[in-house]
Design a protein around this ligand. Structure first.
Ligand code: AR6
Length: 185
């Protein structure tokens, strides 16, 4: 399906099942965005996965819990010398037992607390993509940063994250936990 809204040409390429979940691909001019309803800890064809981290880079709930459980205790060990991090910041480690090469840890803003939250969320995306480029990472999967324990409304966060990554990169995946979240993205 091609939709023309004046400037943009949006192409929905369709959906298919991959190991990491149900994949939907969309193309915005020359940028390809994939959305998967699935677990960020099971993106087997991706070089770097982004962690919705805590400041001390330890395991926790949600995305951080899933990634640390799958990676093993070495992931928290690797985070010790580089923690704590600030909202908007991103740091990179190896991925250990995860099926990826790297984990890029982003500390998203706590909604209503870390201000201005929209620019801190944008910075997370920018810094993560910059680290991926610096490390010559071929592809990257993001979760929906800040929209769980940190309380960012999904619609607002999706608008910011998609807007920012479309500016920064040509090809990217979002791994989202539910079909509803995928629909919003
Ligand atoms: N794969 C993909 N998405 C997931 C997964 C998963 N395995 N698990 C949850 N989500 P959150 P935050 C979705 O809380 O808001 C942690 O405890 C979830 O539905 O992981 O940035 C850390 O230790 C939500 O939409 O991240 C921090 O203290 C989104 O991912 C704190 O939470 C983000 O939820 C970070 O909070």
């Amino acid at each position: 399906i091609f939709l023309f809204n004046g400037k943009e040409k949006i192409c929905c390429i369709g959906s298919k099942m991959i190991e990491g979940g149900e994949l939907m691909e969309k193309r915005f001019n020359d940028v390809q965005i994939e959305c998967v309803t699935g677990d960020i800890a099971n993106q087997t064809d991706i070089s770097a996965v982004v962690n919705a981290a805590n400041a001390v880079l330890k395991s926790g709930g949600g995305v951080a819990g899933a990634l640390h459980r799958a990676a093993g205790p070495e992931l928290a060990e690797a985070g010790k010398p580089i923690a704590p991090i600030q909202p908007g910041q991103a740091v990179i480690t190896q991925a250990f037992a995860l099926p990826n090469d790297y984990v890029i840890h982003c500390l998203g803003p706590v909604y209503g607390v870390d201000k201005p939250e929209s620019s801190l969320l944008r910075q997370c995306c920018q810094h993560a993509i910059r680290l991926a480029e610096e490390n010559k990472i071929r592809n990257i999967a993001f979760p929906s940063i800040s929209t769980g324990a940190f309380g960012y409304p999904m619609e607002e966060a999706a608008e910011i994250a998609v807007d920012e990554v479309v500016k920064q990169t040509k090809h990217l995946r979002f791994a989202l936990f539910s079909e509803k979240d995928e629909e919003i993205f």
